[in-house]
Design a protein around this ligand. Structure first.
Ligand code: ADP
Length: 410
């Protein structure tokens, strides 16, 4: 009997057997008889014409029917279904055909199954890649939404807090004026100092929140002017002197190459960036430690390094600390003391610092072996500040030139 004729005689029984086997073995829903029937028919056409591409159409239809949930995990892999089909064919034909008939049918069907298997595998892979791609896009979209909500919240909260804070500051100075002069009343002075410290800290936090939202929305504009990195650093040394001696910390600033070179930058914003880094070095270094600022010139840049002998940062946190609210460790350590050992803040300092350095065209990264509060491995923050001999944009050029002209005409 010809192979095609053989196939015709076992058609009904094959479909039933294979359908049960697939439902059991491949773990999918009761397999559709109709689809198996189509596959069987395509096998016949392929045999008859010698063209296996008849099978592609059926496999594509099958693929099309897979739902998103089928694509999660290995359950509904078409290659697995095809393997079950081949095994089912072997099982069934050995029961209902003679050994010779079964052997000749297998010899004809095997190349077709191999073709179907290869085709299904490649379609399967591309379908799964598309599925993973879609899932990644969804996750990315969610992350962007979350980031936007964070950013919107910061911006709204900052503006909502600013008004009552201004009121508190205003009323405090009015109370000061209406109260009879304290004349050395230490208690009264300490009450005012308490309010001043609180409002100052609150203003710093609100200013940080505003800076984060400006950076997030690309609204921060820099005032480029001639500046010198060493001047920024020595001003900071003076400002931080008191807190350094309270915490018995030594701050050593080298006179490194490039520090005294003039560059166009925004000195106030760079001051803010280096201040954040030094405040962090103070905060995360135990009393008696050392903070060392050094650097070197590289083509087009001056690289500043801020090293401390503090608790260090685990490598897996090196990227996270530059993200908004990226503070690590125990939230209960949060305190309002900005320079207390391990006194955490809102986690906005480094994202702002990174934003400010990047707005200048520079980069920032951290090196630290690990976080260890016993051995204090320390951290090194690297900051690359571009050296610019000209203001970088037309706006700054105009402002700078008009200032120079104004001076020359005086
Ligand atoms: P925070 O307000 O919490 O200090 P930052 O954005 O300035 O926020 O820093 C984020 C986190 O990075 C900190 O909570 C701290 O865990 C870690 N960190 C920053 N600087 C240092 C440092 N010099 N040594 C150790 N850890 C640091």
């Amino acid at each position: 009997m010809s192979v095609l004729r053989l196939m015709e005689t076992i058609r009904e029984g094959w479909i039933k057997r294979v359908s049960q086997r697939i439902a059991r073995g491949a773990g999918v829903r009761e397999s559709s008889m109709e689809q198996l029937d189509k596959f069987y028919e395509a096998l016949g056409y392929s045999l008859d014409t010698g063209d296996p591409t008849w099978l592609e159409h059926v496999i594509d239809g099958w693929m099309h029917g897979l739902t998103e949930s089928d694509l999660v995990g290995e359950k509904a892999s078409l290659s697995k279904i095809l393997s079950e089909m081949l095994l089912g064919t072997q099982e069934y034909t050995s029961e209902v055909l003679t050994v010779e008939e079964a052997a000749s049918l297998h010899a004809s069907l095997l190349p077709l199954f191999t073709f179907a298997y290869e085709y299904a595998t490649s379609r399967d892979i591309s379908l799964r890649v598309d599925h993973v791609q879609r899932e990644l896009e969804k996750a990315q979209f969610k992350l962007e939404q979350i980031d936007k909500s964070k950013s919107d919240f910061i911006s709204v909260a900052a503006h909502e807090l600013k008004t009552p804070l201004t009121l508190i500051e205003g009323y405090t100075s009015m109370i000061r004026e209406v109260l009879p002069a304290s004349g050395g009343d230490e208690y009264q002075e300490s009450l005012f100092r308490g309010i001043d410290n609180g409002t100052k800290r609150l203003r710093e936090i609100i200013d940080d929140m505003i800076d984060v939202s400006l950076l997030d929305n690309d609204l921060l504009s820099l005032n480029f002017q001639p500046m010198w990195v060493n001047r920024v650093l020595s001003t900071l040394q003076v400002e931080l002197n008191e807190v350094l001696s309270q915490r018995q910390l030594a701050l050593r600033i080298d006179d490194f190459p490039g520090a005294g070179e003039m560059t166009f930058g925004d000195p106030e914003r760079l001051y803010q960036a280096f201040r954040n880094l030094l405040i962090n070095a103070i905060k995360y270094t135990p009393d008696g430690g050392e903070i060392h600022v050094s650097g070197r010139t590289l083509p087009g840049f001056v690289e500043v390094t801020i090293s401390d002998t503090g608790i260090g940062i685990d490598p897996e946190d090196h990227a996270r600390i530059f993200e908004k609210f990226g503070q690590i460790g125990n939230i209960s350590f949060h305190s309002s003391g900005k320079t207390k050992f391990k006194g955490g803040g809102p986690g906005l300092g480094l994202p702002i610092t990174k934003g400010l350095i990047e707005a200048h065209g520079g980069t920032i990264w951290v090196e630290s072996e690990k976080r260890d509060e016993n051995s204090f491995p320390g951290s090194v923050f690297h900051v690359m500040v571009p050296i610019r001999k000209q203001p970088p944009d037309e706006r700054s050029k105009k402002i700078f030139n008009s200032l120079v002209d104004g001076k020359n005409n005086q």
